[in-house]
Each structure stands twice: as structure tokens, then as C-alpha cells.
Design a protein around this ligand. Structure first.
Ligand SMILES: [Zn+2]
Length: 136
């Protein structure tokens, strides 16, 4: 649970999607707001905090404060689908490296309504490095 999650609004879980192989499984919780939160375990409550709603809110606030024409970021189903796609990529990478999803820094670009991964930085702790470099 990050500070971000404590401040985030709670949303109903609509469905749970399991990704990753055994031992490195991530559960993608699709929420009523259309966002997807990935967790290492299935949430035991009907509602979980949605960090995306919080991020979207602050992004929209940023845009308003810039005085540019108002564009809501989480409008329309296509961008939501794109966010789910990106979250699946994040969860798959996290599962492959055996790190938390927070450790996967995806740089994403909006290419005409389609989100495209530009690059990705994966943060490895010293124990991750030891685990990944030690002979099997
Ligand atoms: Zn949300």
C-alpha cells in the first residue's frame, strides 16, 4: 500500500484477471471506473483504492492550471482499454522479473489515441540483483 493508494478513491472491483506464471502471478483488478489495479493477491474486499483515478484527477488539475483547453484524460472507452493494455504489459514485466509492479517504470506515449510503450526502466533492489544473477 503506497501513500498514493491511501489518498486514492475506492472503487468497486468488476473483474479480476490473473496474469503471469506460477509464483509470479499478478491479479489485474478491473474497477468500476474502468481503471485496472494490479496486485499480488486477489483483493478480499469489494472495493479497492484506484491510484489511476487519483493520477487522472491530478493530471486534469494540472491541465486546468495551465489554462489549456480542458481535456479529460479518462474519457471514452478506447483510452481505458489502452490503459488496461499498458497495465497488463506492466504486470507481465513485473511477473517476469519477480518485482512489484511499482518497480516497472513504463514510459508511454499517446499516439493518436493508442498508447505506445517508448521505453521501460525496471528498478531492481540489491536482493533482486542477487536473485537474478545467482546461478540456478
Ligand atoms: Zn479509477
Amino acid at each position: 500500500m503506497t501513500t498514493e493508494h491511501r489518498r486514492a478513491p475506492r472503487r468497486k472491483v468488476v473483474s479480476v484477471d490473473k496474469v503471469g506464471k506460477w509464483g509470479q502471478v499478478q491479479y489485474l483488478h478491473v474497477l468500476e471506473c474502468g481503471h485496472t489495479e494490479s496486485r499480488k493477491r486477489v483483493a478480499r474486499t469489494d472495493e479497492i483504492a484506484c491510484a489511476w483515478c487519483l493520477r487522472t484527477d491530478s493530471r486534469n488539475d494540472d491541465i486546468r492550471s495551465l489554462g489549456t483547453p480542458l481535456t479529460a484524460y479518462d474519457d471514452g472507452p478506447s483510452l481505458v482499454d489502452e490503459e488496461i493494455k499498458i497495465e497488463k504489459i506492466r504486470a507481465t514485466l513485473a511477473a517476469r522479473f519477480g518485482v512489484p509492479t511499482d518497480a516497472v517504470g513504463l514510459s508511454v506515449e499517446d499516439a493518436a489515441g493508442s498508447l505506445v510503450v517508448k521505453n521501460c526502466v525496471i528498478y531492481l533492489s540489491s536482493s533482486d540483483v542477487t536473485r537474478l544473477t545467482s546461478p540456478r
